[in-house]
Design a protein around this ligand. Structure first.
Ligand code: HEC
Length: 184
């Protein structure tokens, strides 16, 4: 999934009773998209079950393209993500070169190698994960840290709301001189 909330803009005919929403419903069921909103109203509820979190990778554009063809827009708000990030600040800074506290600074974290900041004492669990912090892995870890990396030393309960997660990921990507491409 990535990022996010899908909004259908239909100025002329706000209700559009005969529109076929089955594709959106199926994508929601599969967890491919976080939420569908029509004229600001949620078409189907967001998922409460964090296990169904999905993140669109930047290359994973097929569904998004089809939705776009139907007049759907995808958006996440980094400025709202900045306030979600406040809860991370108990342990993490966001500035470049900020020293680690309980956790490392998260400057440049998107697409960076996992557990790779020099001098920080990561858990064995996180070290063993390997690979980079893709949007998908960030969403999975931040949704349920102990499920993603059993034994992680990050004592953080996790973010359940898809909307907040999308906003947070959009904010994290801004912590860079060259922000990673957004899935689009
Ligand atoms: C209570 C302290 C605490 C809070 C709150 C917290 N973290 Fe962490 N975080 C840690 C610790 C400790 C680690 C190292 C985990 C390990 O080694 O297993 C970590 C690791 C991480 C990593 C991996 C860093 C790397 O270099 O691979 C990311 C990404 C991360 N946290 C993001 C977040 C975000 C985003 C939030 C807020 C939504 C958050 N954390 C909230 C303590 C915290």
């Amino acid at each position: 999934m990535l990022l996010l909330v899908i909004q259908i803009f239909n100025k002329q005919e706000p209700r559009e009773p005969e529109r076929d929403y089955s594709e959106f419903s199926e994508a929601l069921e599969r967890g491919d998209i976080a939420q569908v909103m029509i004229q600001g109203r949620v078409l189907h509820g967001t998922f409460q079950n964090g296990d169904r979190f999905r993140t669109y990778e930047p290359g994973d554009t097929e569904l998004v393209r089809r939705l776009r063809d139907k007049g759907v827009k995808i958006q996440a708000k980094p400025e709202d993500g900045a306030s979600v990030f406040k809860m991370c600040r108990a342990c993490h800074d966001s500035e470049r070169n900020a020293p680690a506290r309980i956790g490392t600074s998260l400057w440049g974290i998107v697409n960076q190698r996992k557990a790779a900041r020099p001098g920080f004492n990561y858990s064995t669990a996180l070290r063993a994960k390997g690979g980079i912090w893709s949007y998908r892995d960030l969403a999975d870890y931040l949704n349920n840290p102990r499920k993603f990396a059993p034994g992680t030393s990050m004592t953080f309960a996790g973010i359940v709301s898809n909307r907040r997660m999308a906003d947070l990921l959009a904010y994290l990507r801004t912590l860079s001189d060259n922000p990673a491409p957004l899935p689009n």
